[in-house]
Design a protein around this ligand. Structure first.
Ligand code: PAF
Length: 262
């Protein structure tokens, strides 16, 4: 049966009692779990002796208090889903357990974190990197799984782990999309019915052969407000608003997409 752990000391006790476990897989989340999260969980369960999923809506990565307030939360449903997927432990701490220092200490990356999502979400990646470093240090996982939908986040976390000689291996996992092509995201739950219908156009345009400017023009013709569409290296990244909901996505250019539709 799945066990819910709320404190760092309880988790460290479990680690001490389980010295002969060969590999711990970890999936950090903010809850409101969807098929994207579950694909990471499935991979971890398949590849490790033990899987831990954290559920923590991390306030320091929200630059907008309303976004934090409205972020979907559904612990009981998440717990049932994780139990069905054979997860061993849920790490479910409160703010004071993670931020006993009151966020006096933070992890910063000074270049790539200022671009793309970092350009319009001040301090967002400081919050992400800080909480992920704390979680990786707490869980002591061998492997941690991150979705490629948040590709900038994945690159920054992978860079941090290497910069600080941390032991966890970071595994990127393909984006999971709806049949219409929209990347699964907890924020999709907040879309109105009408916006849910037009949202897949964002993914479709991002994957098209149109130029960045042409994509922006097409999006502007519909109800989207473009935050950015940019190409960096072999990847095209985008963020748009539909009403009050911000959606992000990215595609690798010049390659057959291997994302899963479900
Ligand atoms: O991708 C997310 O859900 C969050 O940014 C993460 C990695 C769990 C950190 O809070």
């Amino acid at each position: 049966m799945i066990e819910v752990i709320n404190s760092v000391s309880d988790w460290k006790q479990i680690l001490a009692d389980k010295k002969n476990i060969k590999s711990i897989g970890f999936v950090p989340t903010m809850g409101a779990l969807h098929k994207g999260h579950l694909s990471l969980v499935e991979k971890s369960v398949e590849e490790n002796d033990l899987t831990v999923v954290s559920i923590f809506v991390n306030p320091t990565q929200f630059n907008d208090p309303n976004d934090l307030k409205n972020y979907p939360r559904n612990f009981d449903q998440d717990k049932n889903l994780l139990e069905l997927h054979n997860v061993d432990y849920i790490f479910y701490p409160d703010y004071s357990e993670i931020y006993h220092d009151n966020y006096r200490y933070k992890v910063q990356e000074l270049e790539f974190s200022k671009k793309l999502c970092g350009a319009s979400r001040d301090g967002h990646f400081d919050g992400v990197l800080t909480v992920v470093m704390k979680l990786l240090n707490i869980i002591e996982a061998d492997t941690a799984y991150f979705g490629e939908k948040d590709y900038q986040q994945y690159l920054l976390i992978d860079g941090m782990v290497k910069a600080f000689f941390m032991k966890t291996k970071i595994i990127p996992c393909a984006t999971i999309r709806s049949a219409a092509g929209l990347a699964h995201s907890s924020r999709n739950e907040l879309l109105t019915h009408k916006h849910r219908e037009i949202a897949p156009l964002f993914a479709k345009l991002l994957r098209s052969n149109l130029s960045v400017e042409e994509i922006k023009n097409e999006l502007n013709k519909s109800e989207f407000k473009v935050d950015y569409i940019e190409e960096i290296g072999s990847r095209r990244f985008g963020a748009v608003w539909l009403g009050k909901v911000r959606l992000i996505d990215n595609v690798e250019l010049g390659r057959e997409q291997n994302d899963t539709m479900s």
